[in-house]
Design a protein around this ligand. Sequence first.
Ligand code: NDP
Ligand code: MG
Length: 367
Amino acid sequence: MKKRIALLGATGSIGKSSVDIILRDKENFEVVLLAARSSREKLDELSKLFPSAVCVLTEEKDGTQKLLSAISNVKADITINGISGAAGFQPSLAAIESGSHLALANKETIVMAGKLAVRLAKEKNVNIIPVDSEHSAIFHLLRYFAAHNTGAVSEIILTASGGPFRNLSLQEMEKVTAQDALSHPTWKMGQKITIDSASMANKGLEVIEANVFFNTPVDKIKTVIHPQSIVHSMIRLCNGAVYAQLSKPDMRNPIHDAIYYPETTPLTLEPLDFDSLTLEFSKPDTEKFPMLKLAYEAAKLGCLYPCAYNATNETAVTAFLERKIGFLDIPRITESVLQADWNCSKIDKDTVLNADKNARQRAFSYL
Ligand code: NDP
Ligand code: MG
């Protein structure tokens, strides 16, 4: 029987890579839902490729509600969530509630309320399989080594490209424009995540994501700059051995691995060529990239701090893209919002959505 796929964020960068992977195996996959925000033309094109799919644009009247209803009606076998930002949170929960496995690129879901999503997935007996390349690497390393929850893993090491400003001074970074920040050296991605890569907020979000996904304390999650983006992440075992996952930077790899999980099936992409390969590693500079340090702090504090970190960053990134604030105002605003009290007695959908709204309002007041 064909696996029925819901593709959320179908018109974006993850969406495009997902379509490529699905079209390679039409015998085994069928797309039953396509969703985006406002890219009507692109969605129409996709619906020609997958004529039986329900199509939803959330920017249309009651679109978000329609999307949530469509997710629960189609009851896909697998939902690929490639929506950008906090807008992906409710669709992720709706997919899990519907009994669908979740191939999750939308890291914001886990940052906002990872424990809630993981708990719900357990209740519904569905898997959340990470698509973020680092977490995909760790997820599969852990399962191939059968190493999770055995005490064998002493450290998770996330690699980071370091973004386009890796070698700039703080003074130089003060003046960079949105256009400078949008030219990522190794990955071609949506605007929000590209800015996050330049500020290292992306790695910050990923530290929080790893903390929840792999139930690993933050002080056991390390980050290392690796400009070539070939090593996608590593695990260090208690005997000192370090295992890494390597491939060319191409999101089709983790998407493929997620939708075929738990099987390991062939994928023919251009292989990594070791004849001319240089791999460099260095320590990240958290003074120059305070978003990374702030994420570690938010992860340690837990509760709604990660959610506030995410909402503030998203608000500040939008303002930066609209040229309303400078690049270094992103960490300044985030630090200010995180000064508030984001403790909580419980985490459910409403407390998370309220904290998200509250943090955005606070962030606005600093713009
Ligand atoms: P893009 O900006 O390229 O695409 C975003 C997609 O989400 C578009 O289809 C967009 O629709 C849709 N979308 C945005 N807002 C809404 C909304 N409110 N309701 C429904 N759909 C919406 O982003 P990326 O593909 O780069 O990233 C998507 C997610 O994947 C992010 O969480 C990112 O962090 C994560 N990720 C991405 C990687 C990459 O290589 N791109 C790598 C690792 C993680 P429309 O076109 O209509 O605006
Ligand atoms: Mg990543």
